[in-house]
Design a binder for this molecule. Structure first.
Ligand code: HEC
Length: 121
């Protein structure tokens, strides 16, 4: 009589896949708009940058200073992409520096999103 082999390797594979999926789900950080992953640490760095670095010109509460106010009611003409582009490019004719050396596309979009949502102050 032929002995039946147990399908043990297959079960191991399935278990391994399930373990991988569970880990991936548990570790999955929030995905930034451009698809780049921003860690929680990087997000809090960016929140700090927004208040302190951007705030040094746009006012600590972003109500304006050397640079114009960056509150949602002042940004109605902008969307995330145009704001992110402005942040990266700056305006060389005025005092707005470009941030492309320091920020990725995803990070600029994250800042733009926060400005448009008005939770950056
Ligand atoms: C050195 C001062 C300075 C710093 C630092 C600075 N800005 Fe500016 N920003 C300006 C000035 C001045 C303007 C106005 C430029 C113009 O009139 O085109 C401006 C314009 C802008 C605009 C366009 C607003 C509008 O209504 O036209 C956005 C958006 C902006 N800045 C975002 C930021 C963000 C985000 C940061 C931080 C990452 C930042 N800025 C840091 C000086 C600064």
């Amino acid at each position: 009589m032929r002995s039946l082999k147990t399908p043990a390797p297959n079960m191991r594979f399935v278990e391994a896949m399930i373990a991988v999926l569970i880990c991936a789900a548990a570790l999955a950080p929030t995905i930034a708009p451009a698809g780049e992953v921003l860690s929680q640490n990087r997000r809090s760095d960016l929140n700090h940058l927004l208040r302190h670095d951007c705030g040094s010109c746009h006012g600590m509460t972003l109500k304006g200073g050397l640079g114009p106010a960056l509150l949602p009611e002042h940004l109605t003409a902008w969307d995330v992409d145009s704001l992110a582009a402005m942040i990266l490019r700056g305006n060389p004719q005025k005092a707005m520096p470009g941030w492309s050396e320091l920020l990725s596309d995803a990070e600029a979009k994250y800042l733009a999103q926060r400005l448009l949502e008005g939770d950056a102050q």
